[in-house]
Design a protein around this ligand. Structure first.
Ligand SMILES: [Zn+2]
Length: 149
């Protein structure tokens, strides 16, 4: 089963913490629909534009997994509404290019430049919701603090 053309179900629910602690990381049907919506409207257009493999390093997180990693209680990963992208995994593309392309071309709720430097984030967090209007918020996360950019 696939979430979208280029994201497998296994990849979307994979969590090192879940594996280590033998925690379930299965989305509900509603969360699965949110994941498909995000994948179709953000990941696939991005993938189509750059025509290169792009790694999704974290997508769905169940409450058990989120608690184990000390994640925020309001994290959109819990709803299947957020994914972390790391273009450095396969290379040929930077995370800064991913960030700027999403910002210029897509609708989204939050786009976060995660850690790294001013020229390249360590990864990009992007979310999209169907529950309310999307905010198109651009943030930078550094030392666990969020700054509007
Ligand atoms: Zn994230």
């Amino acid at each position: 089963m696939n979430i979208s053309k280029h994201i497998t179900y296994a990849e979307a629910i994979k969590s090192q913490q879940a594996i280590r602690m033998r925690l379930s990381n299965e989305p509900t049907p509603e969360h699965l629909d949110n994941m498909k919506y995000l994948a179709e409207n953000i990941f696939e257009p991005l993938r189509k534009h750059f025509k290169k493999p792009i790694a999704v390093t974290s997508f769905y997180r169940s409450e058990l997994v989120n608690r184990a990693i000390g994640g925020s209680l309001t994290s959109q990963h819990l709803q299947g509404e957020a994914m972390d992208i790391d273009a450095q995994v396969f290379g040929g593309l930077t995370n800064a290019e991913v960030f700027e392309w999403i910002k210029a071309n897509l609708n989204y709720d939050q786009l976060i430049w995660e850690n790294g430097t001013v020229t390249e984030p360590d990864w990009v967090h992007v979310s999209l919701t169907r529950r309310r209007a999307n905010r198109k918020q651009n943030l930078r996360m550094s030392n666990n603090k969020y700054y509007t950019i």
